[in-house]
Design a protein around this ligand. Sequence first.
Ligand SMILES: NC(=O)c1ccc[n+]([C@@H]2O[C@H](COP(=O)([O-])OP(=O)(O)OC[C@H]3O[C@@H](n4cnc5c(N)ncnc54)[C@H](O)[C@@H]3O)[C@@H](O)[C@H]2O)c1
Length: 251
Amino acid sequence: MGQRVQGKVAIVTGAASGMGAADIRLLAEEGASVVAADVDKVRLDFQVAQLVEEGLSVTGVTLDVANPDDWASAVRTAEEIYGAVTVLVNNAGIHRTVGLEDTDQALWDQVIGINQTGVFYGMRAVVPSMRRAGGGSIVNIASIHGIVGTETATAYHASKGAVRSMTKQAACQYGREKIRVNSIDPGVIETQILVDARKHTDLEPMTQLIPLKRFGDAREIAHGVLFLASDEASFITGTDLVIDGGMIAIQ
Ligand SMILES: NC(=O)c1ccc[n+]([C@@H]2O[C@H](COP(=O)([O-])OP(=O)(O)OC[C@H]3O[C@@H](n4cnc5c(N)ncnc54)[C@H](O)[C@@H]3O)[C@@H](O)[C@H]2O)c1
């Protein structure tokens, strides 16, 4: 337990599993009051109950990031229980392994709606609260696939590239109000996605393409989130933190 984000009020989306679950734990362990948001109420309640039992300051809210009304209600809940929001982690996201010609309108709309429009709704919803607080830190979870291409996942790549550029735009607009906006680009991280993928594919050869010769752990991304959320990152805005074991550094 530490105090690196003591007194901060954080909303984290996609908090029911993977990196979001690691984020809420680490932020709460380091002193933040956390509103944990997810569309999956059952798994969210399970995560939140564990942390509350440990004495951490965490409240669960059901939220679909693609629904602006849900955002208004999540910010209201955060303000009522803990006070003005000072940290937002836009983590919720979905991946679809579908290439260009096979991407139909419904799939495109779904991925862009959650991964990209959801981040826009989230930033738009919390800025007034951060303004009331006198500043804040927004951390948007993009991906190395917002930087480099692969043979598939057209809508996913598009959405993550957009998250990176929306981050830079918002950083420029809100710097004067002491609201910092950064993104994190995870590489391949051990979450449910990999558990599912291993049922069909041997993923170990892929680790040889990574300088650190392994996939990442959700807690290793949470440490990046914690740093950018904290005042230790007080002069950092509009940038990307790549956390990928060196995957995109290699030729
Ligand atoms: N796992 C990886 O290797 C990897 C790599 C790069 C980037 N990312 C990104 O990191 C983020 C977290 O990924 P993860 O691997 O932890 O995924 P995950 O599937 O384990 O967790 C995602 C969470 O988001 C929630 N969610 C989905 N749609 C939602 C919606 N509309 N509203 C609210 N919540 C919703 C899910 O219920 C789930 O709890 C995502 O944005 C993902 O694109 C993951």
